[in-house]
Unconditional design. Sequence first.
Length: 215
Amino acid sequence: MSVHAARARNAFLAITATILFAPAARAQDDNTLALGVSYTARAADGSGAHGSEGVGVAWRFRHSDTGWGWTGGLGWFASDIDRSVGGQTIEIGEVHVRPLMAGYGYTHSFGRTSWSAELIGGYAFVSFDQRASASDVYRDRIGAQAVTLHTSNTFAVRPQTSVWFDVSKRFGVNVSAGYVVARPQLTIRSSLGEESVRLHADMVVVSAGIVYKVF
């Protein structure tokens, strides 16, 4: 099991334990906005990309009733990218994917628990931070000079499922899992010409968080 997967599992178990042993309490059903923190682990599905993990902001806007409805999300992430150059695999840089997504899904609410399954998608703004050492390797391995790497914007799609549980009137916890499909085009320009390849930046995403009712 990878480090990212192990940490995601531990976060999931911690949230599950909180849910199982929480005392009976009023739900957050009168909540308008709740804010908190979340831990997210991403595992890359492509051989040339790396996963990531980190702590971020969690929020919950109102409560959803049982039924179908519209939803949205961001899901921004970054991934280190490897590429074989002259028979040597090197890290050429870091791709940043910032999608703005909307979609449709189904929510089932029962007691203090709310489960949802959604499909969202949208346009992703993509940028690429080139490693300084990449130009040296291209020059030494294949004789390429003035190497620059650029990425195109792309579309992203993410099926996902999540569970919210109201621990008390003020606190709520969340566990979610999804799969992000994002495949921007990487263009490599040098003295040898121009080459374009499709980056497989798909990610398996697992997140756990806790929020506090603001108002």
